[in-house]
Write a protein that binds this ligand. Sequence first.
Ligand SMILES: Cc1cc2nc3c(=O)[nH]c(=O)nc-3n(C[C@H](O)[C@H](O)[C@H](O)COP(=O)(O)OP(=O)(O)OC[C@H]3O[C@@H](n4cnc5c(N)ncnc54)[C@H](O)[C@@H]3O)c2cc1C
Length: 449
Amino acid sequence: MDERRLDLNDKPRKQGPVLYWMSREQRAFDNWGLLAAAAEAREMRAPLYVVFALAPSFLGATWRQYDFLLRGLRETERQLRDRRIPLLIRTGEPPDSVGALARELSAGSVFTDFDPLRPKTAWRKALAASLPVRLTEVDGHNIVPCRVASQKREYAARTLRPKLHSLLPERLTDIPALDTHPFPPDDFPAPQDFDALERRITADPSVSPVREFPPGYSAGMERLRTFLEEKLDRYPEDRNDPCRDALSGLSPYLHFGQISAQRVAFEASRTVSPGAGAFLEELIVRRELADNFCLHAPSYDTPDAWPDWGRKTLERHSGDHREYIYPKETLEAAETHDPLWNAAQREMTERGKMHGWLRMYWVKKLLEWTETPEEALALAIAMNDRYELDGRDPNGYAGIAWGLAGLHDRPWGERPVFGLVRTMTFDGAKRKFDLRRYLESASRNKRSK
Ligand SMILES: Cc1cc2nc3c(=O)[nH]c(=O)nc-3n(C[C@H](O)[C@H](O)[C@H](O)COP(=O)(O)OP(=O)(O)OC[C@H]3O[C@@H](n4cnc5c(N)ncnc54)[C@H](O)[C@@H]3O)c2cc1C
C-alpha cells in the first residue's frame, strides 16, 4: 500500500477526523485511497468523511457525463453510509470547497486520488499549499502504481510491458474489503439531496444520457460478470469486429472509477479462458501506458507531446492535397461521404460509446479531412470529450495522439497527408469485417432511437 502513496505537502498529520477527497475513484469498494484514509481514521480513533467536489464545469463535460457521475455517486453514498462513512458533495472550485470542508471539520489529514491530467494536478497542488495538514495522494487507478511502474516517459507498449509484467505478480491480487467504520461522527450528516443537486447542474443538456450504460458500481460489476462469462473467450478473434459485440464495455465505469481496474484484472486473470491474455494486455499495458504518457508529457493534448518523427513527417506533408475538407458542423452531424465514418460518429454522439476499432479509423479520417493536424487534434479531442461517456481520459488523449501522430507506434510506409504515420482505409475495413452488416445494424439503431 505504501508504494501507492505520495505526500503532496510536508504539513503534519494531526489528531482529528480524516477526509478522503474522492475524485477519480468514485466507488466504495476496491478503492486504495479510501482504504488508506479508513486505516488512518481507525488509527486516530476518529471519524472518516468522504467528499466529492463537483466542479461547475470540467473539460467540456455535458449532462450525459454529469448524469452518469451523479447516478453512480448515489449508489456510492448508500454503500458508504451502510459502513458509517458519510459522503458529502460540495460544489465550486474543488481546491476551495475541499479546503473549506477540511477546515470546517478540523480534519487531521486529507487523502485523495492520483490523476495525471493537468487540471486535477493543479487542484491537488493548490489544496496541498492551502491545507494546514498533510495531503496524501493514493494511486487507486493503476494496478502497478504509475510512479512505480516507470519514472520516465515510455515510448511504446514494448518498453513498458516488461516493467509491468515483472512488477505485476505481487500486485495483481485481491483487494481488502471496506469494513464498517468504528468511529462514525456523532452528528452523522443527513443523506445528500441528489435531486436538488442535479437541478443546480448547468452542464449542456443537449447531449443526453444514454440507456445502454446504466451507471454505478453494481451495473459495472454486472457488466464485468457478463463479459467474463459470455465474451472473454472470443475477445482475441472478435474484438476488432464491430458486428460481434465482443468488447467488455467497461470503459465508462473504469473512467469514472465506479469499478476498479485491479478488480477487473484480478477476476479476468482467475478466469480460465483463451481470451484472458489479450484482454489483460489492453486493460493493463495499454491503459497504464496512457497514464504514463499523461504523467510524463503534461502537454498530452497538444502536438508538443507527439513523437518527433510523427510531428516532422506530418509537417513535411502539410501541403499535400486533401480530397475532402469538412467543417466541424458537417463532421459533428455525421454527414461526410463515408458511411462507415458517419455510422461510427453517430455511435458516439447518440449512444455515448464508439467501438474500439472504429475509434482508430474515426480519428485517422479527421487527419485526412481537415486543413492541418492541429485542427484534427482540436476537433478529435472536442468531440471525444463531449460525446463519449469515457471521454476526458488519458486513454483518449493517448489514443488520439496514436491515431494522428504515431504515439506509441512506429513509422510505416510513406503516404500522402499521413507521411510515415499508419493509415487506415475504407477498403481495409471492408476486408476486416462485414461492413454491410455493421451499417445495417447502425441504421436500425438510428431508427429505433
Ligand atoms: C481515437 C481514440 C480515442 C479513444 N478515446 C478513449 C477515451 O476517451 N476513453 C477511453 O477509456 N479509451 C479511449 N480509447 C481507447 C479504447 O478505444 C477504449 O478504451 C475502448 O474502446 C473502450 O471500450 P471497452 O471498455 O469495451 O474496451 P475493451 O476492449 O473491453 O478493453 C477493456 C479496457 O482496456 C482498456 N483499453 C482498451 N483499449 C485500450 C487502448 N487502446 N488504450 C488504452 N486503454 C485501452 C480500457 O480501459 C478498456 O475499458 C480511445 C482510442 C482511440 C484510438
